[in-house]
Write a protein that binds this ligand. Structure first.
Ligand code: PLP
Length: 456
């Protein structure tokens, strides 16, 4: 898709307005202004349409969020109805609304056992930020206010507020704001392909999980509040843990009385083939963050789910809890979330992600492993990663931004695939059909061929 000379006057006008006034997330502002942003005008199913008439298959479901696909009228109609009935009211001051009340009950039916109280916010960052406040308060109620340190992982992405960015372990996110804040520590993550060396995956999984114990002992368990991690690390390179990893982590948390927070912002709502990544990996978290697939991105909405330990303590604290957002439990977002749950359940999208759709996706994904520049493919549910390497045997990487090169070839072929360093990542809508998956992977192979050709 060329962003060059012959674009329409309408597109140019949008680009000019955008370049003058819009500060874009995670972008080099001046470089983007010069190039001109792609203008997405509408979307249907798994396809995006831009202002220049391109039809683009969205292999990332937006930002890993449009689980039911675009253009579902059930969600639009639910939002419209709520907008007319109750466009806004808050949930402060002893008030609720029918949509938010029902949403809690519906979520409790699909979350892991015991996680049945929900604090609502607007974004994944806010959910994780709120979790830190809830857990600090929990320990304070237990008479252990010194348990303040949150251990998370290198390359983790938990959001961008000051606290969520401190939990995040992507080092580029820290220096511009002088982060991380105090009381945050980061340990290694279970990236077997990149760091496993000669160890077999399960041996490596245990080795990396033990880093948690090392860190707890270094800081002192009496100072550690919680371990925070995504079941499958998403934006940090789609790191699928070896089977041995999570059981050891869980055991260490129990041994040292450290709470476990699962960040399910990507993994939730079917992405790994079960309702939550915690189901897929047998994790029993104390608290959980959810967002994205909760409304399939149709409305901003997130939640922190609380298990009995933290939930009961908060519930029975006997005092007012000093936290909440103007839009916590927003009626329109809640109505859309209910319609989204209906679609996920009616169309059996979670079962399909763990069944026929997921199997077809993984079959195609793993077939790419024979490509000359692909070192490893890995996937679970409808999450997939493709590692680009110069040498399949030694796992030596290409120099330079090979991922970016491949991503640009995807764009030219009207496919959205994300590059995280030299790892290509896929996370299509769960509603994708087998024929659309066939098309997606034909385009992906074409992009890999073009990348290999450029690299000589
Ligand atoms: N947690 C995870 C695992 C994420 O992937 C993201 C966003 O990609 C977030 C938190 C932050 O969510 P938001 O962008 O809605 O603040």
């Amino acid at each position: 898709m060329s962003q060059t000379a012959q674009i329409s006057n309408q597109t140019r006008r949008w680009q000019e307005m955008d370049a003058r006034h819009h500060v874009h997330p995670f972008s080099d502002q001046a470089a983007l202004a010069k190039k001109g942003a792609r203008v997405i005008t509408h979307a249907e199913g798994v396809y995006l349409y831009d202002s220049e008439g391109h039809k683009i298959i969205d292999g990332m479901a937006g930002l890993w969020c449009v689980n039911v696909g675009y253009g579902r009228s059930e969600l639009a109609e639910a939002g419209y109805k709520a907008l007319k009935e109750l466009p806004y009211y808050n949930t402060f001051f002893q008030t609720t609304n029918p949509y938010t009340a029902e949403l809690g009950e519906r979520l409790a039916e699909v979350t892991p056992d015991g996680l049945d109280r929900f604090f609502f916010a607007n974004s994944g960052s806010e959910a994780n930020d709120s979790m830190v406040k809830i857990i600090r308060y929990y320990w304070s109620l237990q008479g252990k206010p010194e348990k303040k340190v949150f251990i998370s992982r290198k390359q983790a992405y938990h959001g961008v507020t000051m606290t969520a960015a401190s939990l995040s372990g992507i080092s580029a996110m820290h220096p511009q704001a002088g982060l991380p804040l105090p009381n945050h520590a980061h340990i290694d993550f279970p990236y077997w392909y990149g760091m496993g060396g000669d160890m077999d995956p399960n041996e490596f999984g245990v080795h990396i999980a033990m880093k948690l114990e090392e860190k707890i002992l270094e800081i002192g368990a009496e100072n550690v509040a919680a371990f925070v991690a995504e079941p499958v690390q998403g934006a940090g390179g789609l790191i699928i843990p070896p089977d041995s990893y999570w059981p050891v982590i869980q055991e260490i948390c129990h041994k040292y009385d450290i709470l476990l927070h699962a960040d399910e912002v990507i993994c939730g709502f079917g992405r790994t083939g079960n309702w939550f990544g915690s189901h897929t990996y047998g994790i029993v978290p104390d608290t959980m963050a959810m967002a994205k697939g909760m409304t399939s991105g149709y409305q901003p909405l997130s939640a922190v789910a609380l298990g009995p330990r933290v939930g009961d303590a908060l519930h029975n604290s006997g005092e007012e809890w000093s936290h909440g957002f103007t839009y916590s439990g927003h009626p329109v977002a809640s109505a859309v979330a209910l319609a989204n749950l209906d679609v996920l359940q009616k169309d059996k999208l979670v079962e399909k992600a763990g069944g026929e759709t997921g199997e077809h996706f993984l079959k195609h994904l793993h077939a790419l492993a024979d490509h000359p520049i692909v070192g490893e493919t890995r996937g679970v549910g409808l999450l997939g990663a493709i590692e680009l390497v110069k040498d399949k045997k030694t796992r030596e990487r290409f120099e330079g931004d090979t991922g970016g090169l491949c991503r640009d070839h995807c764009f030219e072929n009207d496919l959205i695939m994300r590059a995280i360093g030299n790892t290509m990542v896929l996370s299509p809508p769960l509603s994708i059909t087998k024929a659309e998956l066939d098309e997606l992977f034909t385009l992906a192979r074409k992009a890999l061929d073009a990348t290999a050709k450029d690299l000589g």
